[in-house]
Design a protein around this ligand. Sequence first.
Ligand code: ADP
Ligand code: MG
Length: 238
Amino acid sequence: MATLTLENVKKTFGKTEVIHGVDIDVADGEFIVIVGPSGCGKSTLLRMVAGLESVSEGEVRINGARVNEKEPMERDIAMVFQNYALYPHMSVFDNMAYGLKIAKTPKPEIAERVAQAAKMLQLEPYLQRRPRELSGGQRQRVAMGRAIVRKPAVFLFDEPLSNLDAKLRVQMRLEIKQLQRELGVTALYVTHDQVEAMTLADRMIVMNGGRADQIGAPLEVYANPATDFVAGFIGSPP
Ligand code: ADP
Ligand code: MG
């Protein structure tokens, strides 16, 4: 059971408020996709949930418990970034095992969880390689694996596929869809890609200038855009 709740969440940098009070309820096993133009606050929102930025106002709750003051590692959350952020000097195995080692997970369990994730992500042949010896898609899989092995309550994805070429992006999108089915993950997923949003989202959020203009099932958002901005931004279904 894993839920994520944002209640009137705001973020101020210096004197400038960039997130103006966002409410989101991610249900257990629900995959919510956030879309919106560059600078509207998508990354800042995820970083607050992850604990990489402080929350200026409002509440972030995981399974009902407030996490605003918790350190990132204590939040039961895993985040996958656009630029993978792998450790270049570590093997694929050690990259995937890193968070578990920090959490003092027993070695046999680390080995088992990494083996499981490697199988799921087709990374078994590459476990002893360094990241530089992998293709872009394989690196992205390692970043995904590092998140999966921790079995977090909540997954956060910040444009995880945007550095991949078009073909690989389609393939990875299908793989994420598959993982979603197998693991039933609770997730907030940011993307620029409308097809990605349509295929992955149980519900979709359209952000505009630090606000959530609309939250709803993708087809509902396309059929009944709540504002002119939403209508203009998402256009017609891909
Ligand atoms: P998005 O991910 O949607 O492109 P961001 O969350 O990165 O948007 O940024 C939202 C707004 O907050 C932007 O105006 C950006 O300039 C501002 N911002 C983000 N991080 C910082 C920071 N560390 N200090 C000051 N302003 C920031
Ligand atoms: Mg961003």
